[in-house]
Design a protein around this ligand. Structure first.
Ligand SMILES: [Zn+2]
Length: 444
């Protein structure tokens, strides 16, 4: 099968003394986990395995490997920003064992040859599993359908023109029909281009004060509303990427109450920041869709808490420092997220009591696995016989986000200097310890 990391078949890994949480099965108990030959061999008390590499998980959560269904690895085409090796290095440092990469590479992931190229490249250079999300239209131009059939056959796990919405409803309908036929989710970047020409940030008090071109909530909500109708007509699974507005959360709530296969994802920045961050941080807080206002942040958190929003995704979007230094109007959109996401989600959702760690783990494992059909390969859960993908999380580890913590090529994040709590201390991918926080770094 595609996207397998190089397995370490000669050794075993024993994770001792942690609290094992597997939301897929409902398991939540103290146990050791033994991984051998790339798979979970045993879960239980007082396991022993002479010669195994031992990870001490005392005081830690032991969870299925985290899955991020929305990252930009920038390879091929933009390797000055990131590449598969550096992006997956950032992933395992953040506790992720699987990432799904978006198709806005050069060339675009719109033909099976590119899916295969990335899959092979990830097998050769990657630190974790990499799956492709391929484009709905050729070149993501929204005009002609991409080779969806071929890309799915080559291993594509979802379809998206991320970076752009498919604006033409007829094209969108045809893409959704292909998705339905292949049981692949369509992930929409909801941005009406007619409402966002030259837009830099959320349209509101702050944009007016700064004299910057605004981006209204309606630019997102109109695409969501249109697409929910198309999802109803086609029966396709439809997923809204990086939700930014309260109105979108409500549209998803209504669609789900109708029984439609509509889902959405929240990103760390939209759960924590508002457009006022632009005033303090400039282009470091420039992202697409833009940061909005406090009621939007609260609605998004409420959506996660009540089960409307079922997936968390970073939208890890690396850019070189000199690109982000450009004036606000011309600096690129996007921030990185893989290394910092877990702690930021915990701050936005767990430390304040909105949800428990067990639900947070579900939102980062079995839920994105089901979205992208990865559960069919056993990913997203932690069971005997399943893949040896495990994340060890210290929920109380306090740290301050610094450039030293960032393992990718880019450091574009508005969260530098933020004191946070909760961190992946070890990441096991296919039975291989792909990341382990060094002891010195563990001392607060
Ligand atoms: Zn996007």
């Amino acid at each position: 099968m595609h996207a397998q990391p190089r397995p370490e078949t000669s050794s075993a890994v024993l994770i001792r003394g942690g609290r094992v949480i597997d939301p897929a099965s409902g398991a939540d108990h103290a146990a050791d986990v033994l991984i051998r030959n790339g798979r979970v061999e045993a879960i239980g008390p007082d396991l022993d395995a002479p010669g195994a590499e031992v990870l001490d998980a005392t005081g830690c959560l032991v969870t299925p490997g985290l899955i991020d269904p929305h990252v930009h690895l920038r390879e091929p085409g933009f390797t000055h920003k990131e590449d598969i090796a550096s992006g997956t290095g950032a992933a395992v440092a953040g506790g992720f064992t699987t990432v799904c990469c978006m198709p806005n590479t050069r060339p675009t992931i719109d033909v099976p040859e590119v899916v295969c190229w990335i899959t092979d490249r990830a097998a050769a250079t990657g630190c974790c599993r990499v799956f492709c999300v391929s484009a709905g239209t050729l070149g993501r131009k929204g005009v002609e359908l991409a080779d969806i059939d071929g890309c799915v056959a080559a291993g594509s796990v979802g379809i998206s023109d991320d970076g752009d919405a498919i604006a033409d409803p007829d094209i969108m309908q045809r893409v959704l029909e292909r998705c339905a036929e292949h049981d692949r989710v369509f992930m929409q970047h909801c941005q009406d281009p007619a409402m966002t020409a030259g837009s830099v940030m959320h349209e509101g008090r702050v944009s007016r004060r700064l004299g910057l071109t605004g981006w209204p909530r309606e630019a997102e909500e109109t695409i969501v509303a249109r697409d929910i109708d198309l999802a109803r007509q086609t029966g396709a699974r439809y997923h809204i990427q990086h939700i930014s507005s309260a109105g979108t959360v409500e549209l998803i709530r209504q669609a789900r109450s109708e029984g439609l296969a509509v889902s959405g994802e929240a990103s760390p920045h939209h759960l924590l920041l508002t457009d006022e961050a632009i005033e303090r941080l400039g282009s470091a807080a420039k992202m697409n869709p833009p940061l909005r206002e406090w009621p939007d942040v609260l609605a998004l958190r409420e959506g996660v808490a009540d089960g409307t929003v079922t997936v968390l995704a970073t939208d890890h979007a690396p850019h070189a420092t000199d690109e982000k230094r450009n004036p606000m109007a011309s600096a690129p959109f996007g921030i990185i997220g893989l290394e910092t996401a877990l702690a930021l989600y915990a701050e936005a959702l767990v430390h304040n009591g909105l949800i428990g760690w067990d639900r947070l783990i579900a939102l980062m494992t079995i839920e994105p696995a089901r979205l992208c059909n990865l559960d069919q390969q056993g990913l997203g859960s932690l069971t005997v016989g399943g893949p040896g993908d495990v994340t060890v999380i210290d929920p109380e580890r306090e740290w301050v986000i610094s450039p030293d913590d960032l393992k990718g090529k880019s450091v574009n994040t508005p969260f530098l200097g933020r004191a946070v709590r909760g961190r992946a201390v070890a990441t096991v991918v296919g039975g291989r310890v792909a990341f382990r926080l060094e002891r010195e770094a563990a001392v607060v």
